[in-house]
Design a protein. Structure first.
Ligand SMILES: [Zn+2]
Length: 546
């Protein structure tokens, strides 16, 4: 499909280009940060990465073409992230450019003063053996494979980039690999061209900008199967094929694990907004994560495909296509907008499809894992650690999921899902911060939610509620005293209380606002059983104290 007349092979003979000699100025520099604190001088619009894979040498020869727009002030020097590979030459708008390479990247001279709004095309010829980010390693059956695994900032080990989620861009991958391999990537398959030397050039391209951490390729002996499609009827204005790409031995197991993927895509598509990409490929790979939500090409660990007992991981990664991928956290500190959302919306799929008990069980597990984690003394939003892998903690996943669940409780289902749809529609294919989510929910719920976002995102901990009660038989009143006993400041939240007695079972919701609340509850008779938070709607602990 989408085969085109072979373009001239010479265009892709990347190796030949390596001979191209620009003026090479090798020197070492102190690293210049491209973190969130760095001023944003440039905005990458698109990457075109041509990769010649040499599996035996475990190396690559490549040409990157980066189209960028100047954002701020006059720019005479452009800095890009690139680690561990050798830059051979650089051009700017077709003219050889001066550059200097150092440990974490390279700087090139634009050769002129580029002003805000100007577009530059930078071409980089480079080669080497990636230490990280792109892995040449055998699959479980001993065959060589090549898989990228970029999160959080490992793309810089195999292509030059502004390697930060705030700078999204389109990407094209042109991959030269052995003909017996299949090459899978993000976006749409544009062409496959076979050459007489036994290699095939596969081209994938995205129409939509992606975060750099999801710009991946995978290559190896893979079997492709169609799983289903979204909207592919005659005359449909869009058609999203859903396929699996797995090792031949694992095909049947993968079909079982991915069985409901088309249903998940259709579910989120109707609940949140249109599926954001051209297709969805589910790929067995060497990712170090169980699953990695690469935009339109989700990578799953080899062992997960062989052994996963449930498809929760599939729902999680599919939900990421909307949250994390299409709406990307503009800063690492707001990673919960990706992981908390994927965790929560996986449970929402089970709630609507398998029933409330399945969702309750997932939420209870998330709560237990959060309470048992070492993360409770820190807020969700804090300065990102130097080691970004430490962001993969219970605050962003489990507490983040619970924040969404409690937000839904506070504003109600209708405003919650309308707010989520508004947030997605406003920020799809861009980036967002937590305040953007707050604004969308405030508009749909017509209420001020600053207090909610502040206490759950910017403050550590959770409520530890102690409930003291006494029964006044003469008045028929149950007196309750609710004390927030946690070491952190009091939280504000609705709390359900259930009372059961002779011939009745009643439930009441108390808005807890302060560290100590007193409630008088008139009941038909002495309760035999009182349960606090009977449906587990509060992230926290409750204890009856007699
Ligand atoms: Zn995730």
């Amino acid at each position: 499909m989408w085969r085109r007349v072979p373009e001239t092979a010479a265009l892709y003979l990347l190796l030949a280009a390596l001979a191209a000699s620009g003026p090479v100025l090798q020197s070492r520099h102190d690293s210049v940060s491209t973190g969130p604190e760095a001023p944003r001088l440039i905005d990458v619009l698109g990457y075109r990465i041509e990769l010649g894979l040499e599996p035996e040498a475990r190396s690559l020869s490549a040409r990157a073409e980066i189209t960028l727009r100047v954002v701020e002030a006059d720019v005479a020097t452009v800095r890009l992230d690139l680690v561990g590979l050798t830059v051979d030459s650089v051009t700017v708008d077709g003219a050889a450019a001066q550059f200097s390479q150092h440990e974490t990247g390279f700087e090139l001279q634009t050769g002129r003063s580029a002003s805000p709004g100007d577009t530059l095309v930078i071409e980089v010829f480079y080669h080497g053996t990636p230490r990280e980010g792109l892995y040449f390693q055998p699959d479980a059956y001993g065959r060589p494979t090549v898989f990228a695994d970029n999160w959080p900032d490992r793309a810089r080990h195999w292509f030059p980039a502004v390697d930060h989620p705030r700078d999204k861009a389109t990407v094209e991958f042109h991959v030269l690999a052995p003909q017996e391999w299949k090459v899978v990537s993000v976006g749409r398959l544009k062409s496959e061209t076979e050459f007489a030397d036994g290699r095939r050039l596969t081209v994938w391209a995205t129409e939509r900008p992606l975060p750099v951490y999801t710009m991946v390729v995978g290559a190896g002996v893979l079997v492709v199967r169609e799983l289903g499609a979204l909207g592919c009827t005659p005359h449909a204005d869009r058609c999203v094929p859903i396929t699996q790409w797995v090792f031949p031995e694992d095909e049947e197991r993968a079909l079982r694990l991915f069985r409901r993927a088309p249903q998940m895509v259709a579910f989120y598509d109707s609940l949140i907004g249109p599926f954001p990409y051209e297709k969805l490929a589910l790929v067995q790979s060497s990712t170090r994560f169980g699953g990695m939500e690469n935009s339109s090409a989700i990578f799953f660990a080899e062992g997960v495909v062989r052994r996963a007992a449930s498809d929760v991981i599939v729902a999680h990664e599919v939900a990421h296509q909307w949250f994390g991928d299409a709406v990307t956290e503009a800063d690492w500190a707001h990673l919960w907008l990706s992981e908390g959302f994927a965790t929560y919306f996986a449970s929402v799929f089970y709630e609507f499809v398998d029933g409330i008990a399945a969702a309750d069980a997932l939420r209870a597990t998330a709560e237990q894992r959060y309470l048992a984690s070492g993360d409770v003394a820190r807020p969700i939003i804090e300065l990102p650690p130097d080691d970004l892998f430490r962001l993969l903690n219970s605050n962003h996943y489990h507490k983040g999921a619970w924040v969404l669940h409690m937000l839904r409780r506070v504003v109600g289902d209708e405003a919650f899902f309308a707010g989520i749809r508004r947030y997605f529609a406003t920020h799809a294919h861009g980036t967002a911060l937590s305040a953007d989510l707050r604004r969308a929910l405030e508009e749909e719920s017509e209420s001020e939610l600053g207090w909610f976002f502040e206490q759950w995102l910017e403050r550590p901990g959770y409520p530890q509620v102690e409930v003291r009660m006494s029964w006044d038989g003469e008045a028929g009143v149950l007196a309750l005293e609710l004390v927030q006993a946690q070491p952190w400041r009091p939280f504000r939240f609705p709390l359900d209380i259930e009372a059961k007695g002779e011939g009745y079972r009643l439930q009441k919701t108390v808005w807890v606002e302060r560290g100590k609340e007193s409630v008088a509850w008139e009941l038909p008779g002495e309760p035999v059983r009182v349960v606090v938070d009977p449906d587990n709607q509060l992230l926290g602990t409750t204890k009856l104290v007699r």
